[in-house]
Design a protein around this ligand. Structure first.
Ligand code: SF4
Length: 159
């Protein structure tokens, strides 16, 4: 049975910056949850940030700089959370990850542009990028069919 790392907010944990969650109700995900496949983590909480916390966005990728709107540098916490996420993914032997789109930690393809205006740019959150750099595919909640196909193929190959 393949394990899947998941953004904790998508399982209903109230770890979002505003104290909310992003619970996804989908029968397959609910079944996987019951089967114990999910390895939940919130990279920002794992990196030492509290909930609630001010929202943060990526200002620069090279070198990486992530700040809150009032300019507080939270890059160390985000990087620490990304490292912890990778450690847990490796320890648990996850096949892939399901992570929240657009987050500066969890987004896999697009993230906010740093202006706190809701605009998006191409790029990944730091935790998602760390996983992908280490060969762990990351899907978002907008790519559930692709995630389901990936898990089905992986399990067929190892059956
Ligand atoms: Fe959810 Fe990821 Fe944001 Fe944590 S860092 S609240 S897991 S999107």
């Amino acid at each position: 049975m393949k394990k899947i790392l998941i953004s904790a907010c998508m399982l209903g944990d109230r770890v979002r910056y505003d104290g909310g969650h992003h619970l996804i109700n989908h029968p397959t995900l609910q079944r996987w949850h019951k089967e114990g496949r999910f390895v939940p983590i919130c990279p920002e909480v794992a990196g030492g940030l509290s909930t609630p916390r001010p929202p943060a966005e990526t200002q620069c990728k090279f070198p990486i700089l992530i700040t809150t709107q009032d300019g507080n540098d939270v890059t160390p916490e985000f990087l620490s959370g990304a490292e912890r996420t990778l450690e847990i993914a490796k320890r648990e032997g996850v096949a892939c990850a399901l992570m929240k789109a657009k987050s500066p930690s969890c987004g896999n393809k697009r993230i906010y542009d740093g202006n706190f205006s809701g605009n998006l740019v191409e790029g990944s959150g730091v935790a998602a990028a760390e996983l992908m750099r280490n060969g762990i595919p990351v899907f978002s909640e907008k790519e559930l069919p692709e995630l389901f196909a990936f898990i089905e193929d992986s399990e067929r190959m190892t059956a």
